[in-house]
Every structure is written in C-alpha cells, then in structure tokens.
Design a protein around this ligand. Structure first.
Ligand code: NAD
Ligand code: DAU
Length: 354
C-alpha cells in the first residue's frame, strides 16, 4: 500500500488513475479538498476498495500517525501543496502553511513511522516529494537548462515555499537517513487541470467567448510536459530512484506562452469552430504582467533518462490535441469546477487587468 497526499488535485488525481491502470496495490489518498481538490476527478474510482480516500491535512500529525500505524504504507508520495503562482502573490500565507509547515509535519510523522519499522521494511521504505523546476529561478534566452545541481533561486512566494520544502526533505535524508526522493518537474498540462492555469484557462475562456488574457508580451517560455508522462516519471523514480537523489523531469518542449495560446486556438478552430466563423485567436488580450514573472524555465532531464531510462511518451503536438479533446468531451467536469470561489478568483485576478 502507498499513501498519496493531494491526490484530488490535478497531477495527484492523474497519478492515482494511472496507478490503477497498472497495479492493484492499494492507495490511501489524503487530501484537504481545498478549492483545487476535486472528488469529481476521481469519480471513476467510486466503490473501488483499493482506493481509500481520507479528507484531511498533511499538517495534522494525529491523523497521520493513525493512518501510518493502521495502513503501514511502503511509500508516501507527497503532491499536497498550494500550487498557483498568482494566488501566492495575492496571499502567500496558505503557501507557507501547507508547502513549508505542512511538509515539515508530514516529514516528522513519516520519520517516526519509519523509525518503528523493522530493518527490511526500513530499507524498502520511500518518501517521494513532488516538486517543481521553479525552485531554480529564471533563465535568460541563452542559458543552459536547469540541472539537478543548479543552485536554488526561487522568485515567487510559491517557488520559495516549494524550495523550502525541498530543503527540508533533503535535510531529513542527510540528518536522519530517511530514504527520500525528490522530483523537480516542469509545467504539466492535460486532463483535470484546474482552469486557473494557462492552458485550461485558455480553453475554457475561448469556448465561453471570453478574453484570453496573455500576461505582458507573452514571450515567457515554459517547458511543457503531458501530465501522464509526469506520472510515469514519478512511478519510475519510486521504483528505481536512489534515496537522497533528486531527479529533474521535463518534456524537452520549450515554448513561449503566446505560441501555446495560438496552438490552443487553432485546435479549437478545428474541433469546435466559433459559430460566427471567426478565429478564437481574436479573443487574445494582452494584460498587465505577473509581478516578478520568471522569463524562462527549461529542464535538463538527462539524468532521469540516463539513470532510470525514463522519457516522455507524448510530444507536445499529441498531448495538446488530447488535452483540448478532453476538455471538449468533459464539459460537466468543467462546469462543476467553475464554482462561486472560481468566479471570485477570476474577478480578483482579471477584473481590472486588461
Ligand atoms: P493542485 O493545486 O491541482 O492540487 C493540490 C492538491 O493538494 C489539491 O487536491 C488540494 O486539495 C491538496 N492540498 C492542498 N493543501 C493540502 C493540505 N494541507 N493537506 C492535504 N492536501 C492538500 O496541484 P498540482 O498542479 O496537482 O500539483 C501537485 C504537486 O506537483 C504540487 O506539489 C506542485 O508544486 C507540483 N508540481 C506541479 C506542476 C504543475 O505544472 N502543475 C509542475 C511541477 C510540480
Ligand atoms: O514550472 C512548474 C510550475 O508550473 C508548477 O510548479 C506550478 O504549480 C504550475 O502552476 C506552473 O506554474 P506557472 O506559473 O508556469 O503556470 P501558469 O499556468 O500559471 O502560467 C504559465 C505561463 O502562462 C506563465 O508564464 C504565466 C502565463 N499566464 C498564466 C495565466 C494563468 C498568462 O499569460 N495568462 C494567464 O492568465
């Protein structure tokens, strides 16, 4: 059995859904169900005895102690986090609470549990921490991509909180010998992505006839990875990663934001044309830039390829087509996530940006 935290969110839900296509090993899913957690994403697992959902916080030591003692998982995979950079700029506190303090409580609980195991179980146990390329800061156009030895230089409250958690995870290995693994991944996209993030926001707004808000000049570069490929990388690291090591995960897919938005528009023109015959790109609106906006991220994923044999299965062209198709085919999911809280966020973030 494994314990997965934050698996009602975008990547965690994809990870658990994927897990059950390959394995019957049970999963305990611990999630606080913040605005980003969505049980609808896990609806296909309803009634499945191998999926045990627990509504709770990674900062709740009593709950963790009980779950770890009762289920004795062989591994913990930590996805739970506040994940949206723009929200971290408006209100950093939740990011410190969950990403830093929450990870600390989780590590402490896991350390106690791990200390109680026999020698064999101790050696086999893993704590896998899911992190981001944003801990490395920003790159210039000619800089080499981030490697695992690039110094941390986080620029937003979000990335600073993730960098802090990465440091704690590292320290628990160095000091206590906890068998930890860390993955630092680039931008994910795919099914069940909450429409506050660039790609799903563009799809949802385009179909609703709303403006497509591009920050600044739209020339910021991200390295895009289809979410299922991130899930396969995490499975591979869990299976064969060396405790104490970190692994960069990326898609070899650097693209400026405006190109991403134009690609989404072109696919929608083809798959769901506007009734007035005009192009979705007509809805693109340049808006005030994100404060402290990182210009470029790029991941050198050669270590995970070389040492663990992982490579993404999707190209950007195949992944983005599947993603747009998924949103068109899953309108009830899209409508359900656009709750009152979502509308409030959209007003706060975009109300006076244009
Ligand atoms: P998400 O915001 O979609 O989901 C986060 C999940 O964590 C939600 O289900 C939420 O309810 C849960 N959660 C939040 N606080 C919690 C707490 N205190 N206790 C328990 N559960 C809590 O995030 P995501 O995009 O799926 O990202 C998952 C992880 O992957 C994060 O750690 C993020 O930093 C990392 N990551 C994300 C990306 C990306 O492109 N989305 C890329 C690299 C790394
Ligand atoms: O790099 C990995 C990170 O990718 C993860 O750690 C984060 O959890 C995840 O949210 C993502 O962060 P970004 O800030 O890169 O993702 P986001 O989708 O918010 O923005 C992608 C780019 O698009 C970024 O340059 C900002 C820009 N953008 C975003 C939004 C929401 C726009 O131009 N307009 C928008 O409305």
């Amino acid at each position: 059995m494994i314990l997965v935290t934050g698996a009602a969110g975008f990547i965690g839900a994809n990870f658990v859904l994927d897990w059950f296509t390959q394995s019957d090993e049970p999963v305990i899913n611990l999630d606080k169900l913040t605005y980003a957690g969505n049980m609808q994403s896990l609806a296909s697992l309803k009634g499945k005895p191998n999926h045990i959902f627990v509504h709770g916080d990674i900062g709740d030591r009593a709950l963790l102690q009980r779950l770890l003692a009762e289920h004795k998982p062989r591994a913990v995979v930590n996805f739970a986090a506040e994940s949206h950079v723009d929200r971290s700029i408006h209100g950093p506190e939740d990011f410190i609470q969950t990403n830093v303090v929450g990870t600390f409580h989780l590590l402490e609980s896991v350390r106690t549990h791990w200390g109680s195991l026999d020698t064999e179980a101790k050696a086999a146990f893993r704590f896998l921490h899911v992190s981001t390329d944003e801990v490395y800061g920003t790159l210039g156009p000619a800089d080499a991509p981030f490697t695992e030895t690039t110094p941390f230089a986080p620029n937003s409250p979000y990335s600073a909180s993730k960098a802090s958690s990465d440091h704690l995870v590292r320290a628990y290995h160095h000091t206590y010998g906890l068998p930890v693994l860390t993955t630092n991944c680039s931008n994910n996209y795919g099914p069940y992505h909450f429409p506050e993030k660039l790609i799903p926001l563009m799809i949802v707004n385009a179909l609703a006839g709303k403006p497509l808000p591009v920050y600044g000049d739209g020339m910021q570069v991200r390295d895009w990875l289809f979410v299922k490929d991130h899930c396969s990388a995490i499975r591979r690291v869990l299976e064969a990663g060396v405790p104490g090591e970190t692994y960069n995960v990326g898609g070899w897919n650097e693209k400026p934001n405006i190109e991403i938005v134009n690609t989404v528009c072109a696919l929608l023109n083809e798959m769901s044309p506007r009734r007035d015959g005009k192009a979705y790109a007509d809805q693109i609106t340049y808006v005030t830039d994100r404060p402290g906006h990182d210009r470029r991220y790029a991941i050198d994923a050669s270590k995970i390829h070389r040492e663990l044999g992982w490579r993404p299965a999707e190209t950007f062209e195949t992944g983005i087509r599947k993603t747009v198709r998924w949103y068109l085919d899953n309108q009830p999911w899209v409508q359900q996530v656009q709750s009152g809280e979502y509308r409030q966020w959209m007003d706060q973030q975009y109300g006076n940006k244009a």
